[in-house]
Design a protein around this ligand. Structure first.
Ligand SMILES: Nc1ncnc2c1ncn2[C@@H]1O[C@H](COP(=O)(O)OP(=O)(O)OP(=O)(O)O)[C@@H](O)[C@H]1O
Length: 788
């Protein structure tokens, strides 16, 4: 039975109870007791809200009610007694839906004392309502904990599967003959189901974890890639490479086209789908894109050529390694992403900036290694402890390996080809050293391997998709590529297992998949139960508010007593409304550029305030957290992960800011043309741009203060992001001193609004550590001045 149907049944039962309680109310009114409750009933009776009735009909209704409760419990047998008790509480509290003093008869004669009686009636019902909601919330907590535990089991099993399959896996994809190659001779043999590519002319056989035939579809490829993506969501660093000779389909596999989307768009979609479904954990994603071109790094999300001569040249990217091994790239644009569509757009933009040129082998040959990095932050509760992990998912479209003598490359193309080959060779050396478990891994030999250092190793998952041409005339390149792949796979050092071993491994993997599907089902049913209870709580809160609000509005309309009117209007203001202190961000932490941090020191600061959590060693996440900096558990002051509740980002200085701003004191509004307000919380709608207020260019010494308002409180932590478009009103160079340019403030403290790097005339302002209640349906006001 769906949650909606269940709720309908509850409402129907409520109506039944409502009738039954009104009979009771009548009886009590007749008895005329002196208690407050009786007075309240009298009040209800006066208002005409109580119907007459009784006798056999009453008995029938009661039987009906009992049956309804029983049927409710029958249809949800999997729910435990606590849930049943919650439902009972809802039913018992149905007198809330019985009419409260109406505007009709006797209203004008109602006195203030009558209102006080109604007020106590309201308090009683509030208490009752709170009890019911608390019951439901308790149940919700139990279900969420159970979901966390099931998820943790599922994660552990998946990790075991990937361990059995191997942390470094190599697939081979053979491209079909293209329309202009119809007459070409095919140079390989593939034995279906054996995952072996035979090259008869070279008398060589190459075994892979999976071989995709020329007829294989993008779907087939992604099916095999998917588990490793899930592993990234579970907190592991993951690298997926597309390797191969120029023109063999690397970009086709990674990017695809509109009709046949490749690994990248599918991965982005998958990440958000998973994040949306799994409510037991909270995910945030950010995206960066860069290329390694002739041994140097280029940010693909910034304009390489400044549009105006006054625009700053693009910043130099440098690789920084923190003491715990975490690799970051200084000055690299990192865009928070809210959905797959937005992420795909960014990827398209980055791809267009990639260095390509026409070569003998490919009209649009990639002349660099293109790296897409998705940083995933996951927060979850396990056994009443809060954990957070950060992982990186790299999707790498490597430059095409080529025999320079064959391509007749000259000049720049030759240089590019050489640089690509050198770094590919360095990558091969690293993977081979890892396969051999050598004590020294030569990461430093190329920018590519330096960059991926923390994502290529024991705790990480690597997938190499080797692409080959089907043509016999490309056989030498094909053999080179397949040899490289074999080396990466470790088959040359005896990693290949016997047929019997393979059968045993396949059986073990099948068993693990069976177990995983049990946990998957468990998680699914727990998620459904969680949704049902959440909607019950929401409806409960909404109905209480509406009922009471409607009644009080009526009272307010008819009251001549100013004191009473004041009390009523106070009541009409929802107590759960967001306060300024909840929503403000702290600009006091901002520091000038010269005091700003490098990627490395920023990381150090981050990790110093985050304890590495390794409480439960059996969980893959916690285990890997223990083992190094690849997954960093967060435990900062503002995000006390060991407490059962995530606290808000409100610090003393936040509160101070809140007081300074005085709630709604907008000192100045200027046109900055805010493009959109979005939140990182999955499933929340961004505010439409037309709803946003305009604010002027900030002038010297000002900071942005953002006030994000919402009517709802859910208590979880989120981040808000405001994208500010300054294109219409370009910043004049003299307008800002060097230190005060907004993009110079990006390295401020974690609770500050940080103004991201300028990217094609846009700036993003990231509001970190707001409560979710501050991030739903935000409106943005720029407030000034706030001098630091
Ligand atoms: N599996 C496939 N099915 C259909 N067409 C393919 C397939 N693989 C590659 N192609 C086509 O082959 C051509 C070359 O592919 P692509 O540009 O992806 O090669 P590449 O390996 O990325 O080359 P480079 O290294 O030069 O960038 C493209 O026109 C692409 O559409």
């Amino acid at each position: 039975m769906s949650g909606e149907m269940l709720w309908q049944l509850v409402k129907w039962t409520q109506r039944m109870v409502s009738k039954v309680s009104s009979y009771d109310g009548d009886d009590a009114a007749e008895g005329g007791g002196g208690t407050e409750e009786e007075g309240e009933r009298t009040c209800l009776a006066e208002s005409g809200g109580v119907e007459a009735g009784g006798g056999a009909e009453e008995e029938g209704e009661r039987t009906c009610l009992a049956e309804a409760i029983d049927s409710l419990l029958d249809v949800k047998p999997e729910l435990n007694t606590a849930w049943a008790e919650s439902v009972r509480q809802i039913l018992l509290s149905t007198d809330l839906s019985s009419p409260i003093p109406s505007t009709s008869n006797g209203r004008s004669s109602r006195s203030s004392s009558c209102w006080h009686t109604t007020s106590s009636w309201r308090e009683n019902h509030h208490q009752h309502h709170d009890k019911v909601v608390a019951g439901l919330e308790g149940e919700l907590l139990v279900l969420k904990t159970a979901l966390g535990v099931s998820n943790s089991h599922r994660r552990r099993i998946l990790n075991r599967v990937l361990d059995l399959k191997g942390n470094i896996r190599v697939f081979c994809r053979v491209r079909p003959l293209l329309s202009n190659e119809r007459n070409a001779r095919v140079g390989h043999l593939i034995t279906p189901g054996m995952d072996i590519v035979k090259i008869p002319s070279a008398r060589k056989d190459f075994q892979f974890d999976k071989v995709f035939l020329p007829s294989s579809l993008q779907d087939d490829v992604f099916l095999e890639v998917e588990p490793i993506i899930r592993s990234a969501l579970d907190g592991h660093n993951v690298c997926i490479f597309a390797y191969g000779q120029t023109g063999t389909g690397k970009t086709f596999t990674m990017e695809g086209n509109k009709d046949q989307p490749g690994v990248v768009p599918r991965t982005l979609q998958r990440l958000f789908d998973e994040a949306y479904v799994d409510t037991s954990v909270s995910y945030t994603f950010s995206l960066s894109m860069l290329e390694v071109y002739k041994g140097s790094l280029r940010d693909l999300l910034v304009c390489q050529q400044p549009a105006r001569c006054t625009d700053p040249a693009s910043k130099c990217l440098s690789i920084q390694m923190a003491s715990d091994g975490y690799i970051d790239v200084d000055n690299l644009t990192e865009m928070p992403i809210m959905d797959a569509k937005e992420a795909s757009k960014l990827y398209q933009r980055g791809s267009q900036s990639r260095s390509t040129s026409c070569t003998n082998a490919n009209e649009t040959s990639s002349r660099s290694h293109c790296l897409l990095r998705i940083t995933i932050t996951c927060t979850y509760v396990l056994e009443s402890h809060k954990f957070a992990t950060t992982s990186k998912l790299w999707l790498v479209d490597l430059g095409g390996s080529e025999r320079l003598s064959k391509t007749n490359a000259q000049g720049l193309t030759l240089e590019e080809g050489k640089a690509i080959n050198v770094s590919l060779s360095a990558l091969g050396d690293v993977i081979s050293a890892l396969q051999r478990k050598q004590p020294h891994v030569p990461y430093r030999n190329s920018k590519l391997t330096q960059l991926l250092r923390d994502s290529l190793g024991e705790q990480s998952k690597t997938l190499m998709l080797v692409h080959v041409s089907p043509k016999e005339m490309d056989i030498k390149e094909t053999v080179c590529s397949l040899s490289f792949a074999s080396r990466a796979r470790g088959t040359h050092i005896g990693h290949e297992i016997s047929q019997e071993g393979k059968t045993q491994r396949a059986a073990a993997i099948a068993e693990l998949y069976r177990l995983m599907s049990i946990y998957d089902d468990d998680c699914r049913s727990l998620r459904e139960s969680i949704k049902t209870i959440e909607s019950l709580i929401e409806e409960r809160k909404a109905s209480l508010f509406q009922t009471v609000q409607g009644s009080i509005s009526d009272q307010l309309g008819s009251s001549n007593d100013p004191a009473l009117a004041h009390e009523l209007s106070t009541y009409l203001t929802p107590t759960s409304k967001t306060t300024c202190a909840d929503t403000l961000v702290d600009a006091l932490n901002m520091v000038p550029r010269f005091m700003g941090q490098t990627a490395s020191s920023r990381h150090k600061q981050r990790t110093s305030s985050k304890e590495i959590i390794g409480l439960i060693s059996s969980s893959p996440n916690e285990r890997s957290v223990k083992n190094g900096g690849l997954k960093r558990a967060r435990n900062s002051k503002s995000e006390n992960l060991n407490s059962p509740e995530i606290t808000s980002g409100v610090t003393e200085s936040n509160v101070q800011s809140a007081m300074l701003l005085g709630g709604s004191e907008v000192l100045e509004q200027k046109p900055l043309s805010i493009v959109s307000v979005v939140t990182n919380e999955i499933g929340l709608e961004p505010v439409a741009s037309e709803d946003l207020k305009s604010v002027d260019n900030l002038s010297q010494g000002e900071n942005l203060q953002l006030q994000l308002n919402t009517a709802e409180e859910t208590g979880s932590v989120t981040k808000g992001v405001v994208v500010v478009d300054t294109e219409e009103k370009p910043r004049t160079p003299g307008n800002w001193s060097k230190r005060q340019r907004p993009e110079r403030m990006e390295k401020s403290g974690s609770l500050s609004p940080t103004i991201g790097r300028t990217c094609r005339g846009r700036r993003k302002v990231i509001v970190q550590e707001c409560r979710r209640k501050a991030a739903v349906e935000c409106s943005v006001t720029v407030m000034k001045p706030f001098v630091y």
